[in-house]
Design a protein around this ligand. Structure first.
Ligand SMILES: Nc1ncnc2c1ncn2[C@@H]1O[C@H](COP(=O)(O)OP(=O)(O)OP(=O)(O)O)[C@@H](O)[C@H]1O
Ligand SMILES: [Mg+2]
Length: 184
């Protein structure tokens, strides 16, 4: 199964949501200069015990009870290592979790970026009360989206309104497109 990068990150977002995070940050750096894609995803959720953290990159590690395999973290680790990158995960119980994954941008095995606007829309749909911070950074530009700012501007209108969700998706994809203009 080949997932694009946005789908891999969505798995991480879903884990953070399940961990009862209040703030989730996604930072994607796409550097032409360093030929590198860097993904950082962090949350202030319940975190993992040392013992769980050591096992989390094993495909058979899951604390879910409905299914015996948890693939999110192990899959992403496998993907990045196949693409000349590294995978690093840190977590503290009661504090939160931080994941950093890199991939060589020119590597033919590096998946497409996928639809990052759609990814954020799916996360908001899964839990609209979380404060999502999304950052997209290139060698020369950056774009930042904060769901809390949108929520304030909406003054009581739900982020789950279909028009709002579609606006968010397009706003993010447009912001990325602009930030990417200098990339080859
Ligand atoms: N951000 C996180 N915060 C706290 N615990 C986490 C986090 N990410 C993963 N975990 C723990 O690691 C386990 C494995 O995660 P993984 O995504 O690999 O599988 P899963 O979420 O259990 O199943 P699947 O992703 O296939 O639905 C989770 O069950 C959870 O206990
Ligand atoms: Mg998961």
């Amino acid at each position: 199964m080949m997932l694009d990068i946005a789908m891999h990150i969505l798995e991480l977002l879903m884990n953070s949501i399940q961990a009862m995070a209040k703030v989730i940050t996604v930072r994607i750096t796409e550097s032409e200069k360093d030929d590198l894609i860097t993904i950082e995803e962090s949350d202030d959720g319940k975190g993992m015990s040392k013992e769980l953290l050591e096992r989390v990159t094993d495909p058979f590690t899951t604390t879910r009870t409905t299914r015996k395999v948890g693939l999110g973290v192990a899959f992403m680790k496998g993907m990045t290592e196949q693409c000349g990158g590294i995978f690093d995960i840190r977590s503290t119980e009661g504090v939160g979790t931080w994941i950093k994954a890199t991939a060589q941008r020119s590597n033919i095995d590096t998946p497409d970026m996928g639809d990052l606007g759609e990814m954020m829309m799916a996360a908001i749909q899964a839990n609209e009360n979380i404060d999502y911070i999304f950052e997209y950074i290139t060698d020369t530009n950056s774009f930042v989206f904060k769901s809390s700012e949108i929520r304030e501007q909406l003054a009581g209108v739900s982020l789950l309104e279909p028009e709002v969700l579609i606006w968010i998706k397009e706003y993010i994809n447009q912001g990325i497109k602009q930030a990417k203009e200098d990339l080859k």
